[in-house]
Design a protein around this ligand. Structure first.
Ligand SMILES: [Zn+2]
Length: 169
């Protein structure tokens, strides 16, 4: 969703507090569905310097998935500090041709949906557990549980690929 930053555009160098509400659609992560409570909250402050908008603060979210040991419901409370710089550009750029690491915005509103998704997903533990000491079937087959551990970078790669597929539709 869009965050209105016109206050910062009018007063470069000043810091403005903000609270922004996002929603994150259910994600398929290594074959498990992860859902997020609404809203996902980004809270902090933003300021403008030249054509660069700095957003800093903390994302708060609650994720739900299945415990990878006992397969029962598992909840993960996320608190993710962020410090991001968005560059103001005159025209929307095609993400596919642009540097994907570069965050941009046009006009006086910044889209924070993708940032919220990236922050939340990268913060998810590799193995989601219902409780830290859940034994579940891990106690029965520890070698199997270890072999199932996904590589966090392949998870991120899947996300990026999914995003590109979305844009082609
Ligand atoms: Zn469990």
């Amino acid at each position: 969703m869009l965050l209105d930053v016109s206050r910062a555009l009018r007063a470069p160098g000043e810091h403005f507090p903000f609270t922004h509400y996002e929603r994150i659609a259910p994600q398929d992560i290594s074959g498990e569905e992860v859902t997020f409570d609404e809203p996902v909250v980004l809270e902090g402050r933003f300021s403008m310097s030249g054509d660069e908008l700095t957003l800093e603060g903390e994302l708060t979210a609650t994720a739900h998935s299945r415990c990878c040991n006992c397969l029962g419901p598992a909840e993960v409370a996320l608190k993710v500090p962020f410090h991001e710089v968005f560059t103001k550009v005159d025209y929307p750029v095609d993400d596919a041709e642009d540097d994907p690491d570069r965050l941009v915005f046009t006009g006086h509103k910044v889209e924070l949906g993708h940032l919220a998704l990236t922050l939340a997903v990268l913060e998810l533990p590799i193995r989601i557990l219902c409780k830290p000491d859940c034994e579940g079937y891990k106690a029965l087959a520890p070698s199997y549980a270890a072999a199932e551990r996904p590589n966090p970078f392949s998870v991120l790669q899947n996300l990026i690929t999914n995003d590109q597929n979305d844009q082609e539709v």
